[in-house]
Write a protein that binds this ligand. Structure first.
Ligand code: ITT
Length: 228
């Protein structure tokens, strides 16, 4: 039977990428949209690592299932690492991708050093707490204008040094080969058998012990007195 793992996100771009990246593994990948309303996790960690663990653990605990979370973002050298952990909300709390891109391009006006990288930390957690962590990074540059239609987030302004085009000009297969998320998952995939064994052990350990009926086995019920 395939192991159920919940992908702790509602981000459709991430969901599609994870589904493609994990399609050959013996897992049944669910995501938060497959369940009823679940409270939002506050992503207030100072690092991708903190937030990934927070999201994975919260989801694993609330659903009682192993969960995988990705915290990722764009790190721009000329902006001292911004937007970093604030990538999703760079232009404000409910910012859309185009708002974040607009703000980024404004901040980059006049900057000659356009070096940037996407970073990703994956956390795979079980409800009792322990987690495994994998990291991935990909280098590139911020373009001067939007290029390409595909992908999500900052893809239209991230020129990938590996692909020689922006992530939004690349197919999902091309992007997944070199992306931060693709690399973090490739690292996890290289030891996926171990991960599945680890998950199974942790989930079995957390199961409540089977009820012990031995003390009743030799009981002579006929002698039991029921007093009112
Ligand atoms: P979840 O927390 O539900 O997973 P999110 O969109 O809030 O979804 P993050 O907190 O990890 O995800 O924020 C990551 C942001 O960084 C994301 O919203 C994008 O703006 C950007 N980002 C991350 N990976 C990206 C990618 O592959 N391409 C483009 N932008 C990306």
């Amino acid at each position: 039977m395939n192991t159920i793992i919940v992908l702790a996100t509602r981000n459709e771009g991430k969901i599609k990428e994870f589904q493609a990246l994990l399609k050959d593994f013996p897992v049944e990948l669910k995501n938060l949209n497959d369940f009823g309303p679940i409270p939002e996790v506050k992503e207030d960690g100072e690092t991708f690592d903190d937030n990934a663990y927070k999201k994975a653990l919260f989801t694993a605990k609330i659903l009682g299932l192993p969960a995988i979370a990705d915290d990722s973002g764009l790190v721009v050298k000329a902006l001292d690492g911004a937007p970093g952990v604030h990538s999703a909300r760079y232009a404000g709390e409910n910012a859309r991708d185009q708002d974040n891109i607009k703000k980024l391009l404004q901040e980059m006006v006049g900057k000659t050093d356009r070096a940037a990288a996407f970073e990703c930390v994956l956390s795979i957690a079980v409800p009792s707490g322990p987690a495994l962590t994998y990291e991935g990074r990909c280098e590139g540059e911020i373009t001067n204008e939007i290029r390409g239609q595909d992908g999500f987030g900052y893809d239209p302004v991230f020129y990938s040094a590996d692909l020689n085009k922006t992530f939004a000009e690349a197919s999902m297969e091309e992007k997944n080969q070199v992306s931060h998320r693709g690399r973090a998952l490739a690292e996890a995939a290289s030891e996926f058998d171990k991960i599945l064994t680890w998950l199974k052990q942790r989930m079995d350990e957390a199961k409540p012990p089977k009820p012990d009926h031995s003390e009743f086995e030799h009981n002579d019920w006929s002698e039991e007195k029921i007093s009112n």
